[in-house]
Design a protein around this ligand. Structure first.
Ligand SMILES: [Zn+2]
Length: 240
């Protein structure tokens, strides 16, 4: 297979074009404007965009869905069944072609249920190049951590994490996937990621409450970004 292509909007919001026999699957749809990049790749490679598979339905992962659907009317929009309602609530007009759950396939990708960051959060595993696309269960900015662990340099995925304890559980389940590459919603792709993933899960399970300054920062960001306060409640910390 050809290499998947990673595109990082503003350097921090990833989406991936995964090549298939019939064209590309896009994993996550970034923020508005991503469609221009996708169209350029489609034009350059002569390969159609067939489907967009969403790890979850937060605004930084769905921003170009409707523009892409307009550009490619046959595009299949695919989302976790427990995120379908959230997709519409977050303003996407396109109707999903299929609601996904663990065990399903999307082209060559296997679907894994990883609820927590959102209720219907999914990961995708590509056996061909042994890449695990894990969405926002882990974050790799500035280094690898479970999204339940707040980092002051890039706190948004943690603030957006809806259920911290379930996120940690899902992160632990992903340790059983024999991934050679870990491709996330935020941060660089990691090669041979399992030792770093294991360390990140162990740290997340230690149940260390975040520093009060971080909580204040998170609350400020929540106010300014308009993320609902209940999602910003980083005080709900996972139990051991
Ligand atoms: Zn995200």
């Amino acid at each position: 297979m050809n290499q998947p292509l990673r595109h990082a909007q503003f350097g921090v919001i990833n989406s991936y074009l995964v090549p298939e026999e019939d064209g590309f699957t896009l994993i996550d749809a970034g923020v508005p404007g991503l469609e221009r990049h996708v169209l350029a790749v489609v034009r350059r490679t002569g390969r159609a965009l067939r489907r967009v598979a969403l790890t979850h339905i937060h605004p930084d992962h769905i921003g170009s869905v409707d523009a892409l659907k307009q550009a490619f009317p046959d595009l299949e929009v695919l989302v976790g069944e427990n995120d379908a309602e959230g997709l519409a609530r977050n303003g996407v007009r396109a109707t999903p072609a299929r609601l996904l759950r663990g065990g399903d396939s999307v082209g060559s990708l296997s679907v894994l249920d990883t609820p927590g960051h959102s209720p219907g959060h999914l990961a995708f595993f590509d056996e061909r190049d042994v890449t695990l696309y894990a969405g926002d269960t882990f974050v790799n900015i500035p280094s690898l951590r479970v999204a339940s662990v707040v980092n002051a340099l890039f706190p948004l995925p943690s603030i957006g994490t809806e259920d911290l304890a379930r996120t940690v559980n899902s992160a632990r389940l992903l340790l059983d996937v024999p991934a050679r590459f870990l491709a996330l919603g935020h941060g660089r792709v990691l090669r041979d990621p399992l030792p770093a993933m294991r360390r990140a899960v162990e740290l997340a399970e230690k149940n260390i409450p975040p520093h009060p300054l971080l909580l204040r920062l998170a609350a400020t960001i929540s106010r300014r970004s308009g993320i609902p306060a209940e999602l910003a409640d980083v005080g709900r910390w996972p139990k051991k």
